[in-house]
Design a binder for this molecule. Structure first.
Ligand SMILES: Cc1cc2nc3c(=O)[nH]c(=O)nc-3n(C[C@H](O)[C@H](O)[C@H](O)COP(=O)(O)OP(=O)(O)OC[C@H]3O[C@@H](n4cnc5c(N)ncnc54)[C@H](O)[C@@H]3O)c2cc1C
Length: 239
């Protein structure tokens, strides 16, 4: 199993995601896929029967939604993402989380998400975006966004200097764009559920890029058989 613990992937303009731990830990020498197979075989007190039969069993498990063996593999990440991403992420109740506190740690001038383009409102889907605004509009809106951040941050600092608490001064900060850092943990079964929803084209770009990073840099290298089965049985059937 590839050891990607400690690997950090940049996402968006100032965000990142890092795998900080996993179970089974790669140092144990038990591949995650095998941990899943071994968990399934406990039903009849068996263990590995060689790669070919092990892989076949794993595919059988996923195809027939025998999901509990997939809960035996866990991933722990440290994530830095804007609040617009955080707010969608926390709707997934199966992640365990502990987040930075804006009541304790003051925000800094550069803690705001600046998108690379402004996407247009989708015509078919009231929640989604499609295409981009023209270059001139893009540049003008970008300037306005930066000015808005600068003004919000100046007011935040002014309030702090006036003796206002950090928990209240943050009311001046542009809410959806501020970057947050959190530590979060999930098992492979529930991660596949998250990935199915957040890799989908109708997921907002600002969370989809984190799902893509998780899948490409952490899930696939550590669980190659599971990823293959997930692509075959889950992603190919996703609406
Ligand atoms: C494209 C998109 C658009 C969305 N739009 C909106 C929106 O407009 N408004 C909005 O509020 N949300 C929206 N959401 C969030 C969505 O409704 C879910 O809250 C989110 O995707 C988490 O899904 P989940 O509950 O299946 O996942 P999790 O919370 O991770 O739960 C995983 C599974 O565990 C089970 N489970 C967990 N907790 C419970 C429980 N308490 N009771 C019963 N079963 C449970 C369910 O089977 C669930 O599917 C959107 C999500 C997507 C992907």
């Amino acid at each position: 199993m590839e050891n990607v613990i400690g690997h950090r992937v940049d996402v968006l303009d100032k965000g990142w995601i890092e795998l900080i731990d996993m179970m089974p830990h790669p140092d144990l020498g038990i591949p995650g896929d095998l941990a899943i197979v071994n968990a399934a075989r406990v039903s009849f007190l068996g263990e590995s029967k060689g790669d070919e039969r092990d892989k076949k069993l794993l595919f059988y498990l996923l195809r027939h939604r025998h999901t509990s063996p997939f809960e035996m593999v866990e991933f722990k990440f440290r994530v830095r993402a804007p609040l617009v991403t955080w707010w969608q992420w926390v709707r997934h109740r199966t992640w365990n989380m502990n987040a930075q506190s804006g009541r304790y740690t003051p925000f800094e001038e550069n803690d705001f998400y600046v998108p690379s383009v402004w996407r247009k409102q989708s015509r078919d889907n009231k929640q989604a975006s499609e295409g981009e605004v023209d270059d001139q509009t893009n540049a003008a809106l970008m300037d306005k966004l930066i000015a808005h951040y600068e003004q919000g941050f100046a007011l935040y600092q002014e309030a702090l200097e006036a003796g206002v608490s950090k928990e209240m001064a943050r009311l001046f900060l542009p809410g959806f764009s501020v970057y947050y850092t959190w530590i979060t943990k999930i098992d492979a079964h529930n991660l596949m559920h998250f990935l199915r929803l957040r890799l989908a084209p109708d997921a907002q770009y600002e969370i989809r890029v984190y799902a893509q990073a998780i899948y490409k840099y952490f899930f696939k290298p550590t669980l190659p058989w599971t990823a293959e089965a997930f692509e075959l049985y889950t992603l190919s059937n996703a609406e």
